[in-house]
Design a protein around this ligand. Structure first.
Ligand code: MV4
Length: 498
């Protein structure tokens, strides 16, 4: 295939990721087209784009998720490529197919790669010819409970029943003993059928306290596959990531290389093209297991950009134009450390209930090593229709300690009024000993977090505490002098005279 220069990109998304993609496009002198629903008429991504096309009512099912409307908007504006962002149609193979059929470049992998990696069983099958460590379990869909019990007995309990088409933990069930297999399997199948229209389930050994480590991949269509090291994403609640970082606090260079190679092989197994992410579990003994591959640009990609100095959207666009990757694995290295906090419009004191309303005050922090990817402006309403993530706060430092300290400061500097957010939760994580020492796993939130821990904090801010401590110290320092000084030795502003 020959190179084709992209001159205009339609971004089939909204919010922070639409803006983030458009910023890079603009820097590359590529024109941008926004699409928007009713409620997004005046949204920042619409204001930023060179052109904007209305695609329907506010619910995503009537706008951002309708393939024909997106393709129609691209045709109407003469866009030669579509960037899907994450979520919405980003991992929909029908959408990738429709782009190709309309002679529009889909900025992402092939339809085939999306399909293979969209099915966990197909993914396991695809990587079989490579030496990729996998959790012990079944390779094909389970037919009946007797078969399931036989396999579970040989693996040993606890086991996990997973839906092949599942994602984000949906359709997953932990089973502790043979007595529960039949019942849980029935439930998993019916849940998978109704959620994904595909009732295929399989069994894996349940890794009890894993870390979630993922490797960023970049591949061109000329057979070059690179890995851009790992991200640690263990701080999650109900399969929703909240804090991510790169690199991981625990990988050795040797383990990093082995996981990187395995991830690159997963990409090779489906002729991957573009940016993708290979997810692994890492157990207590530092064994890693391939879980699945995400065939999109991920929310947490900025931490990788910070430590590698690469712009992943720029790389995606170049690959989509048919270019050869300009770097080799040996050219890549990790510099510094980055942490990301997802700022959700949710109340961490009320079980992370969605918190909608008006952003009466919205001031993002600034400074060296502080990056904010957001999609809102002061005065805007946070709509109920879409993902509740309003911003990503990313900090970067020479060391992990520095990145975490910068995060704490940036959280303090972030001013949001009118809605509740996960900022106080981020502050809680950043000062927790388990996080600071890097001893985290996917149960962190469940293990350590209770709302009262930030409720106590909320009544006295860190700034106020620091101010009170400084005042007390100054008072104690000067108490002696004060007792011997008389009123005439004070200056007009109350400071001590000499
Ligand atoms: C697992 C597991 C333990 N053992 N598989 C959750 C979502 C999906 N991507 C895979 N998941 C898991 N698979 C085995 N064999 C534990 C999880 C899991 C998890 C994984 C990553 C991040 C957070 C998680 C939270 C709970 C469970």
């Amino acid at each position: 295939m020959s190179e084709q220069v992209i001159k205009k990109i339609l971004v089939a998304n909204r919010g922070e990721i639409a803006l983030r993609v458009m910023r890079t496009a603009r820097r590359m002198d590529i024109a941008t087209v926004a699409v928007y629903s009713d409620i997004d008429r005046d949204a920042p991504h619409v204001m930023f784009a060179n052109e904007a096309i209305h695609i329907g009512p506010s619910p995503a099912s009537q706008s951002y998720l309708i393939i024909d409307k997106i393709i129609g908007a691209a045709k109407a504006t003469g866009a030669d490529a579509i960037h899907p962002g994450y979520g919405f149609l980003s991992e929909n193979s029908e959408f990738a197919k429709a782009c190709t059929a309309a002679d529009i470049i889909f900025i992402g992998p092939s339809t085939k790669a999306i399909e293979v990696m969209g099915s966990k069983l197909a993914a396991k099958e695809a990587v079989k010819n490579y030496d990729i460590p996998m959790v012990p379990g079944t390779e094909s869909a389970l037919e009946d409970a007797t078969e399931a019990i036989t396999i579970a007995d040989s693996i040993g309990y606890p086991i996990l029943i997973k839906a092949s088409a599942g994602g984000g933990g949906k359709g997953m069930r932990v089973v502790e003993s043979a007595a529960d297999v039949e019942e849980q399997m029935k439930r998993a199948i019916s849940e998978a059928k109704s959620a994904f229209g595909d009732g295929s389930v399989f069994i894996e050994k349940y890794i009890t306290s894993p870390r979630h480590i993922e490797i960023q991949i970049l591949a061109d269509r000329h057979g070059n596959v690179l890995h851009l090291f790992e991200r640690e994403c263990s701080i999650q609640r109900r399969h929703q990531k909240v804090v991510e970082e790169a690199p991981s606090a625990v990988l050795t260079p040797e383990l990093r290389e082995r996981m990187g190679k395995a991830a690159a092989d997963v990409a090779r197994s489906c002729d991957y093209e573009g940016a993708g992410t290979v997810e692994f579990l890492l157990d207590d003994d530092y064994n890693f297991y391939f879980l699945e591959m995400n065939t999109r640009l991920q929310v947490e990609h900025p931490v990788t950009e910070m430590i590698t100095g690469l712009d992943l959207v720029e790389q995606q666009i170049k690959v989509a134009q048919g270019e050869v990757l300009s770097m080799k694995q040996e050219d890549l290295s990790i510099t510094g450390h980055a942490v990301e906090l997802r700022v959700y419009a949710e109340d961490p004191e009320e079980n992370f209930m969605p918190s909608i309303g008006n952003l009466k005050v919205y001031r993002a922090p600034e400074g060296e090593g502080v990056r904010v990817d957001d999609g809102f402006r002061e005065g805007m309403d946070v709509p109920i229709f879409y993902d509740p993530m309003i911003a990503k706060l990313i900090t970067y430092g020479a060391t992990r300690k520095e990145a975490i300290e910068k995060m704490t400061k940036a959280i303090n500097d972030y001013q949001i009024e009118g809605i509740k957010t996960t900022l106080p939760f981020g502050a809680f994580v950043c000062k927790h000993d388990a996080f600071i020492s890097g001893k985290i796993d996917t149960h962190f939130v469940k293990k350590y977090y209770t709302p009262s821990l930030i409720a106590e904090e909320a009544s006295i801010s860190d700034d106020e505490k620091v101010a009170a401590m400084i005042a007390l110290q100054a008072y104690l320092d000067k108490k002696e002098k004060l007792t011997i000084a008389n009123a005439s030795s004070f200056n007009w502003d109350g400071r001590l005279g000499n």
